[in-house]
Design a protein. Structure first.
Length: 82
């Protein structure tokens, strides 16, 4: 699995770092997930979608709204219901 830096944002004076997780499943098939880090905290959710555009849209929203590792799972669960 590859981890690609997607961006960062500030949360109460601390830096949040966002990453896209990419897993190669076959010649042309990939699975995408997300990871958010805040100092020692980290939350990683793999295998969320096979659509690159969908994970990019999710990542933009996570960064724009300063989603923390603690809130990531709840936010992604809501996103999966859309």
């Amino acid at each position: 699995m590859r981890t690609l830096f997607a961006g960062h944002s500030a949360h109460w004076g601390q830096i949040l770092s966002y990453y896209v997780l990419v897993e190669d499943l076959g010649e042309r098939e990939k699975s995408y997930g997300v990871e958010v880090r805040l100092q020692e905290e980290c939350c990683r959710l793999a295998g969320l979608t096979s659509h690159r555009g969908r994970i990019e849209t999710l990542m933009e929203a996570l960064i724009r709204h300063d989603v923390t590792p603690v809130a990531l799972r709840d936010v992604v669960e809501d996103w999966l219901l859309l």
